[in-house]
Design a protein around this ligand. Structure first.
Ligand SMILES: [Zn+2]
Length: 120
């Protein structure tokens, strides 16, 4: 055998490699099943967290607007009023789950219509 050449695998070693491949595949099946099973749940949590971040941004903008205009608790606030205090336009702030935002009155948290999307 000259230098730099690989020995030709025997039929036995090919069968061993194929068997190891099957074992590896079968061992990873539960992991794949677990991932597919948990993906929707993980996606729900990610969407909720992103929505809560939006709600916090709206809440902070609303509080800044209320301070600036000397508004008291219970007074109404329109989304258009928040434009100077938001990092992006009101129309661009969207719930990743398709919920709709309402600003609510001063002193109350903004809300999303999607289930479990709430500021605590
Ligand atoms: Zn939402």
């Amino acid at each position: 055998m000259s230098e730099g050449t690989q020995p030709i695998p025997s039929g036995r070693s090919i069968r061993l490699l194929a068997w190891m491949g099957w074992v590896f595949f079968i061992l990873t099946l539960p992991l794949l099943a677990f991932s597919f099973y948990n993906y929707p749940k993980a996606r729900t949590v990610i969407n909720r967290d992103a929505c809560v971040a939006n709600l916090k941004q709206i809440d902070i903008a609303k509080e800044a607007w209320a301070l600036e205009h000397k508004k008291r608790a219970g007074e109404s606030c329109e989304p258009e009023s928040l434009k100077p205090h938001l990092q992006m336009a009101w129309e661009q702030i969207q719930c990743p789950s398709g919920g709709r935002y309402t600003v609510e009155a001063i002193g109350k948290h903004p809300e999303c219509t999607a289930t479990s999307h709430r500021l605590e």
